[in-house]
Design a protein. Structure first.
Length: 226
């Protein structure tokens, strides 16, 4: 496991915005990871701000490195998949890319891990790894009591239902966009989505439940292929 984690960490980035004249200059939104040609970043769509303060030169950015010394890499939103809450960003620099797993559904009990930034950048840029298992593959379902609170994206997801992984692992908002990877191969099998999916399946919970949901990697591959 230590060898796998050491291979994963250089590909983990923070996602947010940068504005030189702002205090703080950096606003952290969540986690992302490098894929494809090394200049492509996968993250959650809900982490991308709806608008930027272009007048004051606010830019979408990813942050690469560890500790308080990290690089700010301006990013461009290339495309997004709001139904599956995925976004593809592009940076100019090239970083080590993670390998994506197959579309094959993982069996319950499969060993997995996630690496991301659950505490944001409060303590500096330190990627944190948590180990867990695939608990189930479940359909995206909205509890009847919550149907009056449906958003447009939720309705769209219901019209095109898909299955997500339920993980026996605790993830926090800063983990959104983190890769879920197989502990044997290090290949990415899913993307953590603690905000978007919990908004559907655990709306009533105000504290972490130890149950986390993740979007299967096949939807990442579809986004990259578009």
């Amino acid at each position: 496991m230590p060898d796998i984690i050491s291979q994963i960490k250089p590909s983990i980035v923070a996602v947010g915005t940068f504005q030189k004249t702002r205090n703080p200059q950096y606003i952290f939104k969540g986690t992302g990871f490098i894929a494809g040609n090394g200049k492509q970043v996968i993250t959650n769509s809900h982490l991308i701000p709806s608008k930027l303060d272009h007048e004051n030169r606010e830019v979408l950015a990813v942050f690469s490195g560890e500790g308080k010394r990290f690089k700010v890499l301006p990013a461009v939103l290339i495309k997004r998949d709001k139904v599956h809450d995925l976004a593809l960003l592009e940076i100019q620099s090239s970083l080590p890319a993670l390998n994506l797993g197959t579309d094959r559904k993982l069996v319950d009990g499969s060993d997995i891990a996630i690496t991301g930034f659950p505490l944001g950048m409060v303590l500096g840029l330190y990627p944190v790894t948590h180990k867990g298992i695939i608990a189930a593959s479940v359909p995206l379902v909205i509890p009847p009591a919550q149907q009056k609170n449906l958003t447009t994206d939720m309705i769209r997801a219901l019209r095109n239902p898909f299955r997500v992984y339920q993980l026996d692992i605790t993830a926090y908002p800063g983990n959104s966009g983190s890769p879920v990877y197989d502990l044997g191969s290090g290949q990415v099998v899913a993307v953590i989505n603690s905000g978007y999916v919990k908004g559907k399946k655990e709306t009533a919970l105000s504290t972490p439940s130890g149950i986390t949901y993740a979007i299967p990697v096949k939807f990442v591959k579809q986004l990259l292929a578009q």
